[in-house]
Design a protein around this ligand. Sequence first.
Ligand code: DGY
Length: 328
Amino acid sequence: APAILKNRPRVLVTRRWPESVEAQLAERFDTVFNVDDTPMTPAEFRDALTRFDAILPTVTDRLTTEAFDISSPKTRLLANYGVGFSHIDIAAAKAHGIAVTNTPDVLSECTADLAMTLLLMVARRAGEGERELRAGQWTGWRPTHLVGSKVSGKTLGIVGFGRIGQAMAQRAHFGFGMKILVQNRSRVAQEVLDRYQAVQVDTLDDLLPACDFVSMHCPGGAENRHLINSRRLDLMKSDAFLINTARGEVVDENALVQSLTYECIAGAGLDVFDGEPKVSPALMEFDNLVLLPHLGSATAETRTAMGERVLSNVIAFFEGSTPADRVA
Ligand code: DGY
């Protein structure tokens, strides 16, 4: 039975969500949907903080220090629709006594599927092939046509071994017989590594020279900004590929452009960009770069599950219990 909250909290949903979850939100809360489906600006956010009990933002809402610059917010909960929350100034939320939740688990498989899609596409030159065929330029099979790199049996470096990193290891190890190297900010339990016959290395600098593929699965934010910079791209093998489904800022895009220009790495697959949805025109120049518009969690099943996860967090919070996915 649906949980009925006595005083229907006033809730702002900043983007359009899958219909079934929007219906549940409208049923349980005094819900306002941003029907324009546009990202919120810091000024709009400041205004919303004075009017809503809870705000349900996404990665496109820039909840920066400036956005929290008000004296006494009405808002008590930011229930983010998404697992990454580096777009929210957590310290500012905490300073105002505002709780923050996210949506882990439900998107790990689909995000890892997409990372594997990018990895396969770039290694097997699938984007290039599709563009050629659609342009009517395919002249037929030949032994030297669009020859890519074999994936099976190669070494994959996973940066960040949380839920999504582990889902990636699962696919790469069991599906493609890849050897898994892991770099993570803390020590990963041996039994977790053993599941994928993975080996943890101490530093990113140890990992990069040893890998044929490097896939980013760490959080974004200031701490990991430009984790992959020009020095580290130089540490990669010249026939290696970089995959990023984490956050745009973890890769220095200018350094990546340089690295691709001088063929210091073989290619890259990106689902996220620094300053997205703007994509640096320089990135468009490379055929050995696969570019996708932040599709990691974009399946009907996952987007609905993410909404349901937010819903549970909001309900728990206003019922007075601790939401399962509280991050601050
Ligand atoms: C996530 O869940 O972090 C996605 O990138 C969208 O925010």
